[in-house]
Design a protein around this ligand. Structure first.
Ligand SMILES: Cc1cc2nc3c(=O)[nH]c(=O)nc-3n(C[C@H](O)[C@H](O)[C@H](O)COP(=O)(O)OP(=O)(O)OC[C@H]3O[C@@H](n4cnc5c(N)ncnc54)[C@H](O)[C@@H]3O)c2cc1C
Length: 491
């Protein structure tokens, strides 16, 4: 008899776990609340267009990269474009373009930080060296916290062949990004701090003072290491994984929110509106709790919510805005201090991306460009408002974000349509107001990492709340780690 697993949530973590288990002969059933798969790295359709639900840039898809390796093991090839100019970071007094090409990047650092260019170059070199070590160690398959031998992956042999890297990692394990800045006497150099903070708030959910150096070195260096636009949008990653599970005999049931979970004689009963079935094992990828021990969201840790805008622009903006110079794929814009609402009701930079537009049939809409915008916000600020207050707040935040984007890319004359979503929108569609996982502090990332194992038997927790943390790449890795733990059992 095949072993059965019920997976709650078709986010990238749950789907990755499901695909590996289905490949190894498990009977996989994925329950998804929304009508589409992918969670906050998915797609939703509206007025004959497809929009991303959150994530836009993929990482680790380079040949033998972390994500490429997982997909290769599943026999999946992902079509993508490499982003040579993935992002601009726009600060109050300067703008920094991230280029993949090393010589362009070096010249950009010198241009953007003329006051301290030598120190900044040395700092960046140290950061990239660390990030390479972190990437290589992650590629060994190590999964924290270590509970079984196989959680180490190939780390022991890596440690023997790369003692220098291991020493470097050990020396920096408890450091923050600020510590590295201090070592380079750059902690008081405001432009560099702001540049790092803008990116860290998005990728590590916290700033230089608290962001753990090891995972943050990777989060900061990874845009240049390899940023990818997945053909037809990042939601394809999840759609392709869901198809693979089905090809392998599994089921992916959308519009099937799990209501109740009950442990019955060592098996788990999953109850939806229509069915009630028993499974040998459960994986919770939903980020929500179904009772004590079923989710990392039960702890005290803080997570951000997101405010998003999706807009369609006339494609002619590409030529007009920057005088023919290509638009970056993304920009992080630190809001003007006068935009007080983006400081009281938002947090961190306004993140904007420009990508091709697709219709419901997944056909390219040639004369349009899709623009997505997001900013962190505290979810609780959106609760308990009257309908009128909610609408007013939503419109004010939206206007302020569009004004900030307009400052950098004069979009005004090109906007065809725009619509905003708040943490309550996320709750409605994917069941949680907080998205993006927990901040990558030293405690969360290294001292007390959140395991894919739960205190409950035959119950696993995957996705952005588990090690290695936020983002599509990390969530996918957590899915792989959980599948491995289930396949290897008590070894
Ligand atoms: C605005 C924004 C921008 C981002 N940009 C990027 C980016 O560019 N690159 C990047 O790598 N990452 C990005 N991220 C982060 C990334 O999207 C997430 O970290 C990652 O997708 C989370 O995956 P997950 O496996 O935890 O599942 P989630 O995406 O959290 O999915 C959980 C799933 O569970 C389902 N669910 C909830 N309750 C139930 C229930 N009761 N029954 C059944 N199903 C349920 C939900 O509907 C959802 O589909 C972004 C996130 C946001 C919010």
């Amino acid at each position: 008899m095949k072993k059965t697993v019920g997976i709650i949530g078709a986010g990238i973590g749950g789907l990755m776990a499901g695909a590996f288990l289905a490949q190894e002969g498990w009977q996989v059933t994925v329950f998804e609340k929304a009508t589409t798969v992918g969670g906050s790295a998915g797609i939703y359709a509206r007025k004959n267009r497809r929009f991303p639900t959150g994530a836009t840039i993929a990482f680790g898809l380079e040949d033998r990269g972390l994500l490429d390796t997982l997909f290769q093991q599943l026999g999946i090839k992902i079509p993508f474009d490499v982003l040579d100019h993935p992002m601009d970071v726009v600060l109050e007094d300067r703008s920094i373009s991230l280029y993949r090409d090393p010589s362009l990047w070096k010249a950009e650092l010198v241009r953007a930080f003329p006051e301290r260019s030598d120190d900044v170059l040395t700092f960046w070199h140290a950061l990239e060296q660390l990030s390479e070590a972190v990437y290589s160690v992650t590629a060994t398959g190590v999964s924290l916290p270590i509970r079984r031998k196989y959680d180490l992956g190939k780390l022991p042999s890596y440690a023997v062949s790369h003692p220098g890297s291991m020493l470097r990692l050990a020396r920096n394990a408890l450091r923050t990004v600020e510590d590295l800045l201090r070592m380079h006497r750059l902690d008081t150099y405001k432009p560099l701090r702001e540049f790092l903070d803008a990116q860290l708030l998005d990728a590590a959910q916290t700033d230089c003072t608290k962001a753990a150096l090891l995972p943050s070195s990777l989060a900061l260096a990874i845009y240049r290491r390899g940023s990818f636009y997945v053909d037809k949008g990042i939601g394809q990653l999840s759609e392709i994984l869901a198809e693979r599970i089905q090809e392998l005999g599994g089921e992916v049931r959308t519009a099937s929110p799990v209501k109740v979970l009950i442990l019955e004689e060592e098996r788990w009963r999953i109850v939806t509106k229509k069915r009630s079935e028993l499974y040998d094992t459960v994986i919770n990828n939903s980020g929500v709790s179904f009772g004590t021990g079923t989710s990392h969201a039960e702890g005290e840790d803080f997570s951000w919510g997101a405010f998003r805008i999706d807009a369609l622009l006339k494609k002619t903006i590409r030529q007009r805005v920057l005088g023919g110079r290509p638009l970056p794929f993304a920009a992080q814009i630190v809001p003007d201090k006068k935009q007080t609402i983006l400081y009281t009701d938002g947090h961190g930079p306004v993140y904007v991306t420009f990508q091709p537009a697709y219709n419901r049939k997944n056909e390219r809409v040639e004369d349009e460009l899709l623009m997505t915008c997001s900013i962190h916000t505290q979810s609780e600020q959106w609760n308990s408002l009257s309908d009128g207050e909610y609408l007013q707040k939503k419109n004010r935040v939206m206007e302020a974000m569009l004004e900030e984007i307009q400052r950098v890319f004069p979009i005004q004359d090109y906007v065809l349509s725009s619509e905003a979503g708040t943490p309550l929108t996320y709750e409605k569609y994917i069941g949680k107001t907080e998205v993006g996982g927990f901040p990558l502090t030293v405690r969360n990332a290294l001292l007390k990492p959140k395991s894919v194992r739960s205190p409950l038997s035959n119950f696993y927790i995957v996705g952005e709340q588990s090690f290695p943390g936020p983002g599509t790449l990390s969530s996918a890795l957590s899915g792989y780690h959980a599948a491995r733990a289930m396949l290897k059992g008590r070894l």
